[in-house]
Design a protein around this ligand. Structure first.
Ligand code: 5GP
Ligand code: MG
Length: 172
């Protein structure tokens, strides 16, 4: 399928640099752990942390959402094989994209339950017009229109993650 360029590599690099400066200012002298949601945020994680020049830890989280058979509600199941120790840590939860907000909303609560001292959120992308759960990301790379995007970690059927840019997946 064709992928139409939406955000190129250099804009992403520049934006992650600016987010890195902000994170340095906000977390100086704090026990920062960046918790990245697998798999979509891996590329953003690798590029973002290399732009942050204060001490930090990295942890990963995996979660899958299931739509109920009889209701529209989705349940998020967190894979306990990745159980980052966040007790007493100032957590920055990083995901690739904020869409309905269900994933981030549930994971913030999960990390607080696990003993994080504080939990804030960062997303590379925020899609407009689809949010259900009222959550404001503390750090946001780009606001994008309501289209299905791939690349820079984001997949379609587990493909396209390796593209160095973010693009819109077309049907031709
Ligand atoms: P939410 O819980 O906010 O609805 O969804 C967040 C998750 O949905 C993301 O972590 C991502 O896996 C997936 N998602 C939402 N929109 C898109 C999109 O446009 N492209 C891709 N590849 N994944 C998306
Ligand atoms: Mg995801």
């Amino acid at each position: 399928m064709a992928v139409e360029l939406l955000i190129d590599e250099s804009r992403i690099r520049e934006r992650l640099g600016a987010m890195g400066r902000q994170i340095e200012d906000d977390y100086r002298d704090k026990p920062l752990t960046i918790v990245a949601v697998l798999t979509g945020s891996l590329i953003a994680l690798a590029d973002l942390v290399r732009q942050i020049r204060i001490p930090l830890r990295i942890a990963l989280l995996q979660a899958s959402s299931y739509r109920g058979a009889t209701t529209a509600a989705t349940t998020l199941v967190v894979n306990e094989a990745f159980a980052p120790d966040v007790v007493g840590r100032d957590v920055l939860l990083l995901d690739d994209i904020l869409d309905t907000g269900q994933t981030l909303g549930a994971l913030v609560e999960h990390l607080k339950d696990r003993g994080a001292r504080s939990v804030r959120t960062a997303v590379l992308l925020r899609k407009i017009g689809r949010q259900i759960v009222p959550i404001e990301p503390d750090y946001c790379g780009f606001v994008i229109p309501d289209a299905f995007v791939v690349g820079y970690g984001l997949d379609y059927n587990d493909e396209y993650r390796h593209l160095p840019y973010v693009g819109v997946l077309g049907d031709s």
